[in-house]
Design a protein around this ligand. Structure first.
Ligand code: CMP
Length: 139
């Protein structure tokens, strides 16, 4: 098994809804090491840069407005198979389709307002970690 890193975000709906602590508790319980963590409010332009891969999607404008609507918690998580494991714990993108017990099923309210984000592949994780923690020596 390879030790991986992934970027996780607790989105504005979850921070505003007061469930960040519960989500962090699940991250700890699952055995991830939190390599880096910060709380910030994204500008619309920063949200657009982060989700640039979705620029041509019909939901891009609403997504980036949502992501810049309040504070987020951004983390680098480390574990064996961190990318797939964090995605399993989050559940499917659409909370209505996410498995019982997953974060999105329990705390998400729509396919957009789905509580959390996680990188979907190693190259995406590298881009996303560098986007939020540029030039930081993550040990
Ligand atoms: P995330 O995992 O952060 O990756 C892209 C985000 O776009 C996704 O979570 C949702 O918040 C949002 N998203 C994906 N598909 C849709 C959709 N069909 N309609 C609205 N928002 C979407």
């Amino acid at each position: 098994m390879v030790i991986e890193r992934t970027l996780a975000i607790i989105k504005p709906d979850a921070v505003g809804g007061g469930v960040s602590g519960e989500i962090l508790a699940r991250i700890h319980k699952a055995g991830f090491r939190i390599v880096a963590i910060k709380s910030l409010r994204l500008t619309k332009a920063e949200a657009e840069g982060f989700y640039a891969v979705h620029r041509s999607r019909p939901f891009f404008a609403d997504l980036t407005t949502f992501m810049s609507s309040g504070k987020v918690v951004v983390m680098v998580l480390e574990a064996e198979n961190a990318i797939a494991r964090w995605r399993d714990i989050m559940g499917a993108t659409d909370p209505a389709k996410a498995a019982p017990g997953t974060i999105r099923r329990e705390f998400g309210s729509s396919i957009q307002n789905n509580c959390t984000h996680g990188s979907d592949a190693p190259d995406t994780a590298t881009f996303e970690i560098g986007y939020f923690f540029p030039g930081v020596d993550l040990i």
